[in-house]
Design a protein around this ligand. Structure first.
Ligand SMILES: C[S@@+](CC[C@H](N)C(=O)[O-])C[C@H]1O[C@@H](n2cnc3c(N)ncnc32)[C@H](O)[C@@H]1O
Length: 164
């Protein structure tokens, strides 16, 4: 095996180990039983069920991990992470492996989603935010922010201020 191939193989092994750690650290098997909450994140197709909720969240979280690795980072490198527009914590739940060194936070404008998270996702802190900026966090509070499937908020013309 040539040197770059070996580096790639080592990289994939390390990524696979990271993902396995995430699966092992995953707690709380609760999935929203409210069809409306599930449909908001999964649409109205046949995947809008418990399996779709868990597996799509896991694959999306792996995509985030992979994107971070591409810039030489890992989720555990951050002190505080925010899932902007977290819905029912479908993605955030797969980052429990970095607790407690990284705090997990989620925010959303949907009260039902945030109530569900507060009742069922004890591994993170959640807040209900206003549709318009600013978010209710101190400046510089987060060192990593991501948002999944929430760009309709931008399309509506809302300028989302991420300087929080
Ligand atoms: C399609 S859902 C995705 C939820 C979650 N990111 C996921 O992937 O499971 C879009 C989410 O963005 C939220 N959202 C839309 N506009 C927002 C805003 N201005 N601030 C915070 N959340 C917002 C919605 O309430 C909804 O929960």
């Amino acid at each position: 095996m040539s040197f770059p191939d070996m580096q790639t193989a080592i990289g994939w092994k390390s990524f696979a180990r990271e993902c396995l750690r995430a699966v092992a650290a995953h707690t709380s098997r609760s999935c929203p039983s409210d069809g409306k909450l599930l449909q908001q994140i999964l649409g109205s197709g046949s995947d809008a069920n418990e399996t779709g909720y868990f597996y799509s969240g896991l694959t999306l979280s792996m995509g985030i991990r992979s994107a971070l690795r591409a810039v030489g980072k890992q989720v555990g490198d951050f002190d505080r992470l925010l899932d902007f527009g977290c819905g029912s914590a479908r993605v955030l739940r797969w980052f429990q492996d970095v607790l407690p060194q990284t705090e997990l936070h989620g925010c959303d404008v949907n009260r039902e989603a945030i109530d569900w998270c507060n009742a069922n996702a004890p591994f993170a802190k959640f807040i209900l935010n206003e549709k318009d900026p600013p978010l209710p966090y101190p400046s510089g509070y987060f060192d990593f922010i991501y948002g999944v499937s929430c760009f309709d908020a931008f399309r509506r013309g809302t300028s989302i201020c991420l300087a929080c």
